[in-house]
Design a protein around this ligand. Structure first.
Ligand code: HEM
Length: 470
């Protein structure tokens, strides 16, 4: 930057526009629930003009201020019942987003420039999974990142327990389908995901519902907007989890737990990390499985192509006749495109927040230390200025042919990209593949029309399929 440019500032948003941004965009996102989704808010958003107005507002603000970097004063809950405004840069520029997400994280003396542990994450996640990677920054995040990538096998296309995970998905899918021959509804997706998650993480047969109930109560206490608290269930939950960690689970993520840490005993944060896996996996499996199946049912041509892909994979599989093996699941690229589209269209983590650790240049202007930068991923993935009408269409083939144009950060990006991305995609694909091979599903609710732009908000809790429909 030359001398003159040093004084360049990104535009601040007026008080009225700040108010509108809160009312139409940030507060509804916050109200959906930070960690535990609130069904009634999803229902309300799906049946209101809010999401559309929010998108129009953001498009308008970018045009009005002539910038893809906007300074806003964002409302924060400082202490219980005390609100404060924090200086925050909203970043819509693809190059700046790349800089933020691809700047290496702190490790072995390398300083941190964008910390991924802003107070809202640290304080809230800290109430139920203190020390988990997702809420950690600086050097202390290094060993945690290593453990996550090692256990979740983020670099491998198929987890070494992939075949075992697929086997239990097959059993659990058949169990759910046997419950009702006419319909498939949200509660069944939730039940299936609970059973699969507990067994993938803790071991076959470990369907410890009590453990999950404790976890949900802990998350509910931490999510309370006005007065977030550590739940009274905290100690009971971790005592029960500890028992699982000490037993040999067979093929599961916690297999060989003690050996992972060599001669040292597992650090205190390791149990908290398992908690994050349980919570992230259950939530992502149920939501994205149901949404992917709904998108396929609403797009019969793509559904037929996915069926062709499945039958081709069945023909090539080396395992028993009529059954897909783990390699076949990994090879389903069109189905993977469908899952990625479900996640893009209804981005589950819509805001990626980073704290600026030292002054940094972004988009030709300096950003001072201690401000937050916010990547509005949910908006970006549906940005009509960037993707035109394709923003609201179901386009799984884009993912087969090299991926859509950036910024596409539904799993975040760079070193702090989701460590469970490959495993999550594998499990979701496996569940959808098993369902599609078992039956035909027609979408009764909510209404999705392939000839119309897809809605910006979807009430997935209302999802209901009629079974056996040709
Ligand atoms: C399949 C759907 C999933 C989506 C869309 C997703 C998305 C994300 C995103 C956007 C982040 C970055 C959050 C941020 O920077 O603020 C993240 C981080 C993370 N996710 Fe996922 N996730 C998914 C599933 C999973 C699963 C199943 C696991 C584990 C079993 C997992 C484990 C993690 C971990 C450990 C991090 C922290 C990575 C780091 O900070 O270096 N995720 N995920």
């Amino acid at each position: 930057m030359n001398e003159m440019d040093k004084n360049r500032q990104h535009p601040p948003v007026s008080i009225l526009d700040t108010f509108l941004l809160h009312a139409l965009h940030f507060l509804p996102l916050f109200a959906r629930g930070l960690f535990l989704p609130k069904r009634w808010v999803y229902r309300l958003l799906a049946h209101s003009a809010w999401p559309r107005l929010a998108r129009t507002l953001i498009c308008g603000l970018r045009a009005k201020y002539g910038s893809d970097h906007l300074w806003v004063s964002l409302l924060r809950i400082k202490k219980p019942f005390r609100l404060a405004l924090g200086r925050t840069l909203l970043v819509y520029d693809a190059e700046s987003i790349r800089t933020i997400l691809h700047t290496p994280a702190a490790c072995q003396g390398r300083p941190e420039r964008f910390a991924a542990d802003p107070p809202v994450k640290r304080e809230r996640v800290g109430l139920f999974a203190p020390g988990a990677l997702v809420m950690s920054g600086g050097e202390q995040a290094c060993p945690k990142r290593e453990l996550n990538h090692r256990v979740l096998e983020s670099e491998r296309p198929i987890h070494h327990h992939g075949a075992a995970f697929l086997g239990l998905i097959r059993v659990e899918t058949a169990r759910i389908l046997a419950q009702d021959a006419r319909e498939l509804k949200w509660d069944q997706f939730a039940e299936l995901s609970l059973r699969v998650t507990l067994q993938v993480v803790l071991g076959e047969g470990r369907v410890d519902r009590g453990l999950f109930e404790h976890l949900e109560r802990m998350i509910a206490s931490a999510s309370c907007v006005a007065l977030p608290l550590r739940s009274r269930r905290f100690d009971a939950f971790y005592a029960a989890l500890e028992q699982h960690l000490q037993r040999n689970p067979g093929p599961a993520l916690i297999e060989g737990w003690a050996e992972l840490f060599g001669s040292d005993s597992p650090p205190s944060w390791s149990a908290y990390q398992v908690t994050h896996w349980l919570f992230a996996m259950k939530d992502s499996l149920e939501t994205h499985t149901a949404r992917t199946l709904a998108l396929l049912a609403a797009h019969p041509q793509t559904e037929s192509e996915v069926h062709r892909e499945l039958h081709q994979a069945l023909g090539e599989t080396s395992s028993q006749v009529g059954v897909l093996d783990a390699g076949a699941i990994a090879s389903l690229r069109l189905l993977e495109g469908c899952v990625n589209e479900a996640i893009r269209l209804w981005t589950p983590i819509p805001l990626l927040v980073r704290r600026v650790v030292a002054p940094v240049e972004l988009g030709g202007a300096m950003v001072p230390k201690d401000c937050d930068v916010v990547i509005d991923a949910g908006y970006n993935h549906r940005d009509p200025r960037r993707y035109g009408i394709a923003a609201d269409r179901f386009s799984p083939k884009l993912w087969v042919n090299g991926g859509p144009m950036p910024p596409m950060d539904h799993f975040s990006n760079g070193e702090r990209q989701c460590a469970g991305m490959r495993l999550g995609l594998f499990l979701i694909k496996a569940i959808v593949a098993e369902l599609l091979l078992a039956d035909r599903f027609a979408l009764d609710k909510p209404h999705l029309d392939a000839s119309e732009p897809l809605p910006l908000a979807l009430d997935h809790y209302a999802i209901r399929f009629r079974r056996g429909a040709a």
